[in-house]
Design a protein around this ligand. Structure first.
Ligand code: AN7
Length: 344
């Protein structure tokens, strides 16, 4: 039987010998070649389809490790602030561990699929009159006041679990890619990839992309009222700011902004040209290389292999898909009418 990543890479993870394995068989996600995108950007581009994780996003990699460790320590409850995916993942892994879960999300600002996930798993879902950054301040405080485990990416075990995605890339490609394009919100994931690459003594150029209305790392200061259609990365004050900037600088990469229009165009383009449906935030990585080009580093060849990290599944956010795609064709139950509808 294939092993879940928490078992496969266990010797690199800071679990204690007695910790239980709380797993939904996350990881081992598809690395899908993108021929049309490759042609457009002039390099061999691969898509790391993290939406194929059990709850539909990369968060599961970190959650399996954070919840296993929390359970090993005897914790009975987990809490997080979330733009949606962390909430969905925490809710599922809490069930798996026999723990209770509470999630605080910005009211009206998370995709409907993520809300459905958190609710169906039985988490207590609190819609805050505030944004993600406000919610993160509150859950940090709550976890200090109460015996409840904080499972945001400020939790070190989250980063440790997420670094396994870099291991998988190296193991599957036979070497690290030349460059990695990745969406950036709270900046945990880019921090995790960099750690994974470094532990394998590799250093791809890291190319991070934020939404233009929520681009604190690009403008160099926190954004008080972040706004973007890519609700997952609607974050104005990233917790892993310094580590992420260190990763961009050390890898000789950079962080840049993409507009909502560029994000939605890349999202739609990827679905209709490569057959891969990711959520809007994930498409920031593709929008980035399409609009900014491949990273150019002095003294280095142009990258030949590039991985775009597609962090979450398109089904998470059907509203955005329906708003972007062409309409349904209504049709009477009659063969000639159907014929016209089908063939145009
Ligand atoms: C699809 O769920 O922050 O830079 O609370 O859901 O590690 O924050 C989600 C983040 C990219 C950004 N793509 O990753 C949350 C949350 C998707 C995401 C990011 C998120 P980080």
């Amino acid at each position: 039987m294939p092993q879940p990543m928490i078992e496969r890479y266990r010797d690199t993870l800071p679990l204690e010998p007695g910790d239980p394995v709380v797993s939904l068989n996350e990881g081992s996600t598809p690395l899908v070649e993108a021929p049309v995108l490759s042609e457009r950007v002039g390099a061999r581009v691969w898509l790391k389809v993290e939406g194929a994780n059990p709850t539909g996003s990369f968060k599961d990699r970190g959650m399996t490790v954070a919840v296993s460790r929390a359970k090993g320590r005897g914790a009975e409850a987990v809490i997080c602030a979330s733009t949606g995916n962390t909430a969905a993942s925490a809710a599922a892994y809490a069930v798996r561990a026999g723990m209770t879960g509470a999630v605080i999300v910005p009211e009206g600002k998370i995709a409907i699929g993520k809300l459905a996930q958190a609710l169906i798993h039985g988490a207590r879902v609190i819609a805050l009159e505030g944004n993600f950054d406000d919610a993160l301040v509150l859950v940090r405080e709550l976890s200090e006041r109460h015996p409840i485990e904080l499972v945001n990416s400020v939790n070190p075990y989250r980063i440790e679990g997420q670094k396994t995605a870099a291991f998988e890339l190296i193991d599957e490609l036979g070497e690290a890619p030349d460059a990695l394009a990745i969406p950036v919100g709270n900046a945990g994931n880019v921090t995790a990839y960099w750690r994974g690459f470094q532990e394998r003594e590799t250093a791809p150029v890291l190319y991070g992309f934020q939404a233009a209305g929520a681009a604190p790392l690009v403008i160099g200061e926190p954004v008080a009222n972040p706004e973007t259609v890519a609700s997952a990365i609607r974050i104005g004050s990233p917790a892993r700011w310094e580590e992420a900037m260190n990763a961009f600088n050390t890898s000789r990469g950079r962080v840049a902004a993409v507009t909502d229009e560029q994000i939605l165009d890349a999202y739609h383009w990827l679905a209709s040209n490569e057959g891969v449906f990711c959520e809007p935030a994930s498409a920031a990585s593709v929008a980035g290389i399409l609009n900014h080009g491949l990273p150019v580093v002095e003294g280095m060849e142009t990258p030949e292999t590039v991985v775009c990290v597609l962090t979450g599944h398109g089904l998470k956010d059907p509203d955005t898909a329906l708003g972007k795609a062409p309409p349904v064709i209504s049709c009477a139950n009659e063969i000639t009418v159907v014929e016209r509808a089908v063939f145009g």
